[in-house]
Design a protein. Structure first.
Length: 144
């Protein structure tokens, strides 16, 4: 009886270890996707923005305005919304199947329409794995 309990405990440890490694692997992939999003928002590169965003993107601003993918990409690529720098802190990533829930604090310097500014926001990002790639499906911001 003691021997079978030890084997069962060993199998359970191996199962949970593999599950944790898979979770960590996906979390690292999502972390990389967040970094790509941040980089694209700073650079304003249209192709990079289009590649990270899902075609079904719902991008919510702290003031209540919600954009789709085309408006999100155009606003940043045109410089109408210009992020000079973005600092992310307090980030958490939770994976649920092919969906990732990301929360973080965003502190940024901006230059929207040539007007310098500073934003401090709490952000919720939802990424969905589409054809093997993590894409931004939804974003909602609130003032910190």
């Amino acid at each position: 009886m003691k021997y079978s309990s030890t084997i069962l405990l060993g199998f359970m440890s191996l199962f949970f270890s593999n599950a944790m490694n898979a979770q960590s692997k996906h979390q690292m992939q999502v972390k990389t996707a967040v970094e790509k999003l941040t980089s694209a928002m700073i650079s304003g590169e249209r192709v990079a923005l289009e590649m990270i965003a899902s075609n079904r993107l719902s991008y919510g601003h702290s003031g209540g305005h919600v954009e789709g993918k085309a408006e999100f990409v155009e606003k940043i690529a045109s410089g109408k919304s210009d992020f000079v720098s973005i600092d992310i802190s307090e980030q958490t990533i939770d994976i649920v199947g092919k969906t990732a829930i990301v929360r973080h604090q965003l502190n940024a310097t901006t230059n929207d329409g040539g007007k310098p500014g500073v934003v401090k926001l709490k952000i919720l990002l939802i990424f969905k794995k589409e054809q093997g790639v993590w894409k931004l499906l939804a974003r909602q911001a609130v003032k910190a």
